[in-house]
Design a binder for this molecule. Structure first.
Ligand code: NAD
Ligand code: DAU
Length: 349
């Protein structure tokens, strides 16, 4: 993998992955980061990387749905491997406006697969980054494994399920060297503050209401983002071609517990007498339509075959995450004010 195309590298997990890869000794290649810079992208999250790795990191603003432009990039940079993150990723947005999810997550993935199909001599791997949401919802018992049937419930989950099926089909039909990973909820630095953890951190910091959907007892399995990056790289390097791997933190928590933990840590580290105990800011609001009750991943296959286990516990990971947001208020302010969007318009039109 000397010319690795990363799609969606200006988003939350993609930008962490770029940083992770360029800090490793066992990857010596170049990263070509293609991102169309939607509202969720923060091009300045990688400014230091651009400066530190001028020969090994290239950013190109492009839409994965634009076949001719992607083909031109593919040839110009001699792409020999793809790690595909680019997606519309927020469930609530998919409920309000599913169109962009169908376009990017399904049509965009199809475009990349077509490119890969016509470069069989050059492409060594197409890794597809997917989600545990494709499996639907669990009751109080059981875990998602790699053989769990797909039962996606939101437009987002259905669009990711469709893309997973396409990737698998291109392996079976055309022999494309693929791997797929289905991961649980990530948290950590650079996450756009529409997702639960950064939203709660920032609202709690300012003494704003903390919206908790329904009864707050929906369960998610939280994984620190660099553990996800590590798992993806292990799969890309040593995973069986054609295989799917589940990735999860074995850290199931009801949402209300996550929110209360953030409140307590902020009371301890950023006490504010005008705000008072932050648990009092919790506001139970109308539930998300079709809200999946519980996700929980069985990551035994990844541990058995590739020796992956997460390094970060929730207790340390959530403290690191809160500390990162407190230390990076300029990033937060730029994201919240839309300043990045103005910057993108000035630079790219
Ligand atoms: P994100 O929304 O933070 O970032 C997505 C990135 O993709 C953005 O930079 C955006 O500009 C880019 N993008 C969107 N449409 C594009 C297009 N048409 N062309 C080029 N770029 C485009 O998302 P994330 O949370 O970093 O998720 C990344 C991937 O990981 C997604 O595929 C998601 O389904 C998957 N995933 C996320 C989680 C999670 O908890 N966040 C868990 C499992 C899997
Ligand atoms: O499971 C993996 C998925 O995790 C990824 O595929 C998605 O891209 C990612 O967004 C995430 O989806 P969720 O819907 O689980 O994440 P979100 O942070 O939006 O919500 C987490 C839980 O918190 C969920 O049960 C809904 C609830 N929630 C969310 C928000 C934004 C609230 O109670 N209040 C909120 O304000």
């Amino acid at each position: 993998m000397q010319n690795l195309l990363i799609t969606g590298g200006c988003g939350f997990i993609g930008s962490n992955f770029v940083r992770f890869m360029l800090g490793r000794d066992d990857f010596t290649g170049r990263i070509i980061n293609v991102d169309c810079l939607t509202y969720a992208a923060n091009p300045k999250s990688l400014t230091d990387i651009e400066n530190d790795f001028p020969d090994r990191y290239v950013f190109i603003r492009a839409d994965i749905c634009d076949g001719p432009q992607m083909a031109e990039i593919f040839d110009r940079y001699g792409v020999d491997a793809i790690c595909h993150f680019a997606a519309e990723s927020h469930v609530d947005r998919s409920i309000v406006d599913p169109g962009a999810f169908i376009q990017t997550n399904i049509v965009g993935t199809f475009n990349l697969l077509e490119l890969a199909r016509f470069h069989p001599d050059r492409l060594t791997l197409f890794h597809h980054v997917s989600t545990d949401e494709v499996f639907g919802s669990l009751s109080a018992e059981g875990y998602f494994t790699e053989t769990t049937a797909y039962r996606p419930n939101s437009p987002y989950a259905a669009s990711k399920a469709a893309s997973d099926h396409l990737v698998r089909a291109y392996h079976k039909t055309y022999g494309l060297p693929i791997t797929i990973s289905n991961c649980s909820n990530n948290y950590g630095p650079y996450q756009f503050p529409e997702k639960l953890i950064p939203l709660i951190i920032l609202n709690a910091l300012e003494g704003k209401a903390l919206p908790v959907y329904g009864d707050g007892k929906n369960v998610r399995d939280w994984l620190y983002v660099t553990d996800h990056c590590d798992a993806i790289w292990k799969i890309m390097r040593d995973g069986q071609r054609g295989a799917t791997y589940n990735i999860g933190g074995n850290t199931e928590k009801p949402n209300i517990e996550v929110v209360e933990t953030i409140c307590d840590i902020l009371d301890e580290t950023a006490a504010d007498k005008d705000i008072g105990p932050r648990r009092e800011l919790i506001d139970f609001v109308t539930d998300r339509p079709g809200h999946d009750r519980r996700y929980a991943i069985d990551a035994t296959k990844l541990k058995r075959e590739l020796g992956w286990v997460p390094a970060e516990s929730f207790e340390t990971g959530i403290r690191n995450t809160i500390a990162w947001y407190l230390d990076n208020m300029q990033w937060v302010q730029r994201v919240q004010s839309g300043e990045y969007q103005t910057w993108i318009k000035q630079h790219y039109g």
